[in-house]
Design a binder for this molecule. Structure first.
Ligand SMILES: Cc1cc2nc3c(=O)[nH]c(=O)nc-3n(C[C@H](O)[C@H](O)[C@H](O)COP(=O)(O)O)c2cc1C
Length: 215
């Protein structure tokens, strides 16, 4: 494989929040799920469980759940929630609900601390998500990594009949972008790379730890 192709896909992937009509074919979906399958995971536990929907009614309901939550948060904090919208969550060809089986943490026999086990579990699932997103991007399909906050979790769980033994972690819409978003700014590798030992001159000041500009 030409590594340039992979880097190109990595660099062109965007969080797509506005979608147009157009189907993600079964074959494309299969490719995306195959990409998840090959994600590395702690002790090869493969803890992900993916609920896939194409059902418009469920999507409408997901949108409603996110909208309601957003309105609620906006009431509490009109400044930070101003202008942001969450309606992309339910308006696509396919939605993947990313769950994880936390019982797999038992397999990490040599990792004793709960926080370390959680780290392995979360990172493993994040890998599967990222691989799906890259596979989608390689086929010019848009995705976005959407958080399932505690406020929306119970309703989503009920809608998708997710057993209580599973964690419900992320929502990933997949579809055709209405327009491909511009790249968001990225830190320069020189700013986050440290040769041999950590270069504390590069440690960001508190004032620099902030949300990056949107474009
Ligand atoms: C763990 C994680 C959680 C995220 N949660 C959300 C989310 O809830 N809603 C959203 O619109 N974007 C979410 N994003 C997408 C980020 O905002 C996005 O990746 C970042 O701004 C960089 O933009 P890009 O993906 O277009 O390069 C999330 C990304 C990650 C990795």
């Amino acid at each position: 494989m030409d590594p340039k192709n992979l880097l190109e896909v990595i660099q062109t992937r965007r969080s797509v929040r506005v979608y147009k009509r157009g189907k993600v074919t079964d074959q494309q979906l299969e490719t995306i799920l195959e990409a998840a399958r090959w994600a590395p995971s702690g002790a090869n536990t493969q803890p992900w469980e993916l609920v896939v929907t194409r059902d418009r009614e469920k999507m409408r309901r997901i949108r409603q759940i996110y909208d309601n939550e957003w309105r609620e948060r906006k009431r509490e904090d009109p400044i930070n929630y101003k202008g942001l919208k969450k309606d992309y969550v339910g308006d696509v060809s396919v939605i993947v609900l990313v769950c994880g089986d936390a019982r797999t943490k038992q397999v990490y026999l040599t990792t004793r601390q709960p926080a370390d086990r959680e780290k392995l579990f979360q990172a493993s699932i994040a890998n599967a998500v990222q691989q799906m997103m890259l596979a989608a991007a390689s086929m010019n399909l848009g995705t976005v990594w959407v958080s399932v906050r505690e406020e929306v979790e119970p309703e989503l769980r009920e809608l998708f009949k997710v057993p209580t033994s599973l964690r419900l972690l992320w929502v990933v819409p997949i579809g055709h972008a209405r327009s491909w978003p511009a790249a968001k700014p990225r830190r320069n590798p020189a700013a986050f790379t440290h040769l041999e030992v950590y270069d504390s001159r590069k440690l960001r000041k508190e004032s620099e730890i902030r949300a990056w500009p949107k474009s």
